[in-house]
Design a protein around this ligand. Structure first.
Ligand SMILES: Nc1ccn([C@@H]2O[C@H](COP(=O)(O)OP(=O)(O)OP(=O)(O)O)[C@@H](O)[C@H]2O)c(=O)n1
Ligand SMILES: C[C@](O)(CO)[C@H](O)COP(=O)(O)O
Length: 220
């Protein structure tokens, strides 16, 4: 079995409002994306790592790698305008069948257990995504009226999302739709059942400035 990891780092980080895209910001002395890449490299199956990044930042990234003496092997490719496009470009680099994990560069705190469990389930069932339970009560707003929902029926979705290469390639042939907020939603649109595995509350997506401070506290 061949294993791949596509790490999407093609976003601009508009919600973070930082001078450089958030994936390059330092977290405990190392750029966020380097923590992420290292987590995949330390994993026993050592997948082939594909990093997707906007071309404007390729030179910057190579300099960062030199400055931080970051030598983890990876293939650097150009990103697209949306996450969907960036993933699609990443997938086009995979020539063989196997399993692929698609992961946000800005989720740097991933445990080996989470990686192993997600890949294992995808190996058995064709796909797997990590989710966590809602710890707050939840409500939806409908025609101006708020309605309480049964939180046991809802989960928060994380990455890495793992798929058989053939399956995810087929899914990404579809036209982009706004409801494709992750890779599972793209696969599900073909009528495929999505399998859930246990996520980790520490596997946060760094989106706003306070998330970076929280991630720092988690790594202490
Ligand atoms: N065109 C894009 C947009 C997003 N991403 C990646 O998808 C992940 C999740 O996206 P998000 O957190 O929304 O990142 P940004 O798009 O950078 O942030 P924002 O939405 O605040 O602009 C990030 O690792 C981001 O770099 C990508 O590879 N290509
Ligand atoms: C893929 C994702 O991280 C799963 O939770 C999430 O959907 C990305 O959302 P964003 O708005 O692109 O940050």
């Amino acid at each position: 079995m061949k294993y791949y990891a596509i790490i999407v780092a093609g976003g601009s980080g508009s919600r973070m409002q930082s001078a450089i895209p958030k994936q390059f910001l330092e977290l405990n002395g190392l750029p966020i994306i380097m923590h992420t890449i290292k987590a995949f490299y330390q994993w026993p199956l050592v997948p082939k790592i594909i990093v997707v990044m906007h071309p404007d930042y390729h030179k910057f990234w190579k300099k960062l790698c030199a400055d931080y003496k970051f030598t983890v092997p990876h293939k650097l490719i150009e990103g697209g305008k949306t996450r969907f496009e960036s993933v699609k470009k990443g997938l086009s680099m995979i020539e063989d069948d196997g399993l692929v994990a698609i992961h946000d560069a800005v989720r740097p705190i991933i445990s080996t257990d989470l990686l192993i469990n997600t890949f294992k389930m995808a190996e058995e069932l064709g796909n797997a995504i990590p989710v966590i339970k809602c710890r707050d009560s939840i409500r939806k707003l409908q025609d101006g009226i708020s309605i309480g929902l049964d939180r046991e029926q809802y989960f928060l979705v994380q990455t890495p999302q793992c798929f058989q290469v053939k399956l995810i390639n087929e899914a990404y042939k579809q036209e982009y739709k706004a409801e494709f907020t992750d890779d599972a939603s793209v696969v599900e649109a073909m009528g495929v059942k999505i399998n859930l595995t246990e996520g980790d509350s520490k596997n946060i997506k760094i989106t706003f400035p306070e998330d970076l401070r929280y991630a720092e506290s988690l790594l202490k």
